[in-house]
Design a protein around this ligand. Structure first.
Ligand SMILES: *[C@@H]1O[C@H](CO)[C@@H](O)[C@H](O)[C@H]1NC(C)=O
Ligand SMILES: *[C@@H]1O[C@H](CO)[C@@H](O)[C@H](O)[C@H]1NC(C)=O
Ligand SMILES: *[C@@H]1O[C@H](CO)[C@@H](O)[C@H](O)[C@H]1NC(C)=O
Ligand SMILES: *[C@@H]1O[C@H](CO)[C@@H](O)[C@H](O)[C@H]1NC(C)=O
Ligand SMILES: *[C@@H]1O[C@H](CO)[C@@H](O)[C@H](O)[C@H]1NC(C)=O
Ligand SMILES: *[C@@H]1O[C@H](CO)[C@@H](O)[C@H](O)[C@H]1NC(C)=O
Ligand SMILES: *[C@@H]1O[C@H](CO)[C@@H](O)[C@H](O)[C@H]1NC(C)=O
Ligand SMILES: *[C@@H]1O[C@H](CO)[C@@H](O)[C@H](O)[C@H]1NC(C)=O
Ligand SMILES: *[C@@H]1O[C@H](CO)[C@@H](O)[C@H](O)[C@H]1NC(C)=O
Ligand SMILES: *[C@@H]1O[C@H](CO)[C@@H](O)[C@H](O)[C@H]1NC(C)=O
Ligand SMILES: *[C@@H]1O[C@H](CO)[C@@H](O)[C@H](O)[C@H]1NC(C)=O
Ligand SMILES: *[C@@H]1O[C@H](CO)[C@@H](O)[C@H](O)[C@H]1NC(C)=O
Length: 619
């Protein structure tokens, strides 16, 4: 999205001047007609002459629209050079006209004879003077139109909703028709091919449905609504995933009643517009996943009028920089999403005074300093805590009794918390995600670990020194399991049907896979059990893992024939079997249409020779 502010009619000339500089060499107001002897069709020639009759052409700019028989050679007309059909009508009162003082804009009316040009795909009548008439609804019937430009053409009244029938339209430029308005922009949502929309300086002060409509224009890359006074009555606006580019539009700053604004998943740049100082009712601002880059202290200052209302501030996945903003007065703040930005300096313990806080994510920044118990002093409502990927250290006593009971995720990966498993984490019995990768943990997991955390969906304890065996996990709802690079041993247990990703590589698991294959997990997409000491044959029983996309078994002691049921894994893209003791041939993978990478053992002579009735034996 780009966005321009122009302060009135006087700027009009400046704009035109700029356009001239940019396209001067490309402009040709003469005909773009055929160089073969394809002539224009008589019916279309007549239609153009009628169109001309409706116009007042004081400077005789359309002089060529008469003498010359071939209308394809007329000024401003483009034809298809194979069929002779008129495809373009370009009579923008262009910049060469502007500086040719003998010409003045066309005036008058728009004749319905345009409908006799069924192949018209380009219509540009910008900068002429239609003397305050309403944009004719017949334009909505020019179904081949790809570009419609009626900028600054002195149209007024309601923009006809019939324009919504132009489903091939790429470009719609109605810029600068000050007296034209629209009260319901639902019709916009039907312009599914639209890439460029300019309704700046239209009167949209009563317009409803525009955010909803815009959010349906999934191909839109440029949008201008400046000075259109789009209604300030909006309360909830969701323009997430709308391909918006450029700065956050000022248009929101006049919406004094705005309560929620979601602009996430766009390509917005710059900072939070200063006009957000007017938004005193804002409860939720979601700017997640854009390219915003501003000193975060300034961004938060801009939101100061909302300090008594703001509950959700989501700035994650941007490039905000600077040090910890002053949030002390945002007493209602429940969700603070600052993850994946470029924030630095230390996190002050005053964050522990934000007593309404439920969600605190600071992961993936460059914060330094030490996190101590006072950082959580009054955070009794905290449900979610994400701290990983910063440069601070964590100094929480193992005996600490946290004021909160997390029900979501606890992410403290990459901080030294071990060697013993922190006792305070065991008080968090309602966790659904626990991420303690690379936390210096060693030894066995605490006794009741699997009971305490029986509600986990996500578990990441990879890159520690955890020893011991895994119990039967089929009654837990684990979906993503990351336990790679530890010292876990014994047999691979079975997991629940919820399992989606299983990373157990680089441990000391041994024994055949017999228990594991009691797992019935239709959504399981990835199994990585490479670099262990698993032995025995692979069971001939892979149908239960129909969703499997990657199977990594390399660097184990597996042996025997590679089971044919592997060939039924239709989604498989990666299969690695190398550095085992398999024998025989790789089964046909003809049905694994997506398999792009197979790494199989090359020393197929080394068979352990298990009898075939052991193949397929499964728990
Ligand atoms: C200005 O426009 C008139 C009428 O179209 C034309 O005859 C004349 O050549 C133009 N002059 C220049 C300098 O383009
Ligand atoms: C005819 O039109 C096509 C498509 O607009 C264009 O690519 C081609 O160059 C034209 N041929 C001539 C001889 O102008
Ligand atoms: C239409 O005319 C304007 C002004 O003369 C020019 O800038 C533009 O390139 C023309 N468009 C086409 C498709 O010829
Ligand atoms: C627009 O049309 C009205 C009505 O004819 C006229 O009074 C006015 O001067 C025109 N405005 C411009 C900017 O040409
Ligand atoms: C054109 O749009 C109007 C108003 O939105 C609608 O009533 C009409 O059915 C549409 N016509 C076609 C042919 O889609
Ligand atoms: C804008 O349009 C509305 C009707 O949609 C009208 O009531 C209002 O007076 C217009 N505002 C201006 C500044 O023309
Ligand atoms: C928008 O509002 C401003 C200030 O109220 C006014 O000057 C301007 O004419 C309005 N614009 C339109 C297109 O109604
Ligand atoms: C924080 O980062 C900025 C650049 O983004 C840098 O200028 C500043 O020195 C850094 N501050 C600290 C305390 O590291
Ligand atoms: C951690 O905090 C305790 C007191 O709370 C202090 O004695 C100790 O030195 C701190 N350790 C580190 C590494 O900062
Ligand atoms: C936490 O889990 C316990 C049972 O383990 C349950 O009684 C309690 O209501 C849960 N608390 C929350 C906040 O969900
Ligand atoms: C193969 O991959 C394509 C593209 O990723 C995917 O759309 C398709 O569903 C896959 N086929 C199977 C059988 O999984
Ligand atoms: C591949 O699928 C077809 C059709 O489902 C089946 O007849 C054939 O046996 C399968 N091939 C293998 C190797 O599983």
């Amino acid at each position: 999205m780009f966005f321009s502010i122009m302060s009135g009619r006087s700027m009009h000339f400046v704009l035109v001047g700029l356009v001239c500089l940019a396209v001067a060499s490309a402009i040709s107001c003469s005909s773009v007609g055929s160089s073969y002897n394809i002539m224009c069709l008589e019916s279309e020639r007549q239609a153009l002459l009628q169109f001309k009759q409706g116009l007042v052409d004081e400077s005789n700019a359309l002089a060529s629209w008469k003498s010359e028989k071939d209308c394809c050679k007329w000024r401003g007309i483009a034809c298809n050079n194979q069929t002779g059909h008129v495809t373009g009508l370009n009579f923008s009162f262009s910049c060469d006209s502007y500086f040719n003082y003998s010409e003045v804009p066309l005036r008058g009316a728009m004749s319905p004879s345009l409908l006799e040009l069924p192949f018209l795909n380009y219509l540009d009548l910008s900068y002429n003077d239609f003397e305050g008439i309403v944009i004719p609804k017949l334009i909505g019937s020019l179904s081949q139109l790809k570009e419609l430009k009626l900028a600054h053409a002195n149209f007024s009244g309601l923009v006809p909703p019939q324009l919504g029938n132009l489903s091939n339209l790429h470009t719609l430029d109605l810029f600068g028709n000050h007296d034209a308005s629209s009260e319901n922009l639902e019709w916009l949502s039907h312009l599914s091919s639209l890439r460029y929309l300019n309704m700046a300086w239209l009167n949209l002060s009563e317009a409803v449905n525009w955010p909803q409509s815009l959010s349906k224009l999934t191909l839109l890359t440029k949008l201008q609504l400046s000075q259109s006074n789009v209604s300030s009555n909006f309360v909830h606006i969701d323009l997430s995933h709308s391909q918006l580019e450029g700065p956050i539009p000022d248009v929101f700053t006049s919406m004094l009643s705005l309560v929620t604004l979601d602009l996430s998943w766009n390509k917005l740049e710059g900072g939070i517009p200063k006009g957000f100082q007017n938004l005193c009712s804002l409860e939720s601002l979601t700017l997640w996943s854009n390219q915003l880059s501003e000193n975060i202290e300034d961004s938060v200052k801009t939101l100061s009028c909302a300090e008594n209302t703001l509950m959700t501030l989501d700035l994650s996945y941007n490039q905000f920089w600077g040090s910890w903003p002053d949030l002390a007065r945002f007493s209602k703040l429940r969700e603070l999403h600052l993850g994946k930005n470029q924030l630095n300096g230390s996190v002050p313990a005053s964050v522990g005074q934000l007593s309404s806080l439920e969600h605190l994510s600071l992961s993936g920044n460059s914060f330094t300093g030490v996190i101590i118990e006072s950082h959580f002093l009054k955070l009794s409502h905290l449900h979610y805590l994400g701290l990983s990927g910063n440069y601070f250290s964590i100094n929480l006593s193992s005996d600490w009794n946290p004021p909160f009971q997390l029900t979501g995720l606890l992410d403290m990966s990459s901080y030294k918390l071990g060697p013993a498993f922190p006792k305070w984490i065991l008080t968090q019995t309602n966790l659904t995600g626990l991420y303690l990768s690379n936390a210096g943990l060693s030894g066995s997991l605490p006794n009741k670990f699997w009971d305490i955390f029986s509600g986990l969906f996500q578990l990441d304890l990879s890159m520690n020194q955890i020893r011991g065996k895994l119990p039967n996990l089929s009654t837990m709802s684990l979906s993503n399991v990351y336990l790679s690079s530890n010292l876990l041993s014994g047999a691979m247990p079975s997991f629940s049907p919820e399992l989606r990703k299983l990373y157990l590589s680089n441990n000391k698991f041994s024994e055949p896979l017999s228990c594991f294959c009691a797992t019935q997990a239709p959504y399981l997409g990835l199994i990585d059990i490479s670099e262990n000491q698993l032995s025995g044959e692979l069971p001939n029983y892979w149908k239960q893992f129909q969703g499997l996309e990657a199977l990594k078994l390399e660097k184990n002691k597996l042996s025997g024939k590679i089971p044919s049921s592997l060939g039924n894994l239709k989604r498989l893209t990666l299969l690695s079997l190398n550095a085992n003791n398999f024998s025989g041939e790789l089964p046909s993978l003809e049905n694994c249409t997506n398999t792009t990478s197979i790494m199989a053992s090359d020393d197929s002579d080394d068979s352990f020779g298990l009898s075939s009735d052991e193949v397929g034996r499964c728990c």
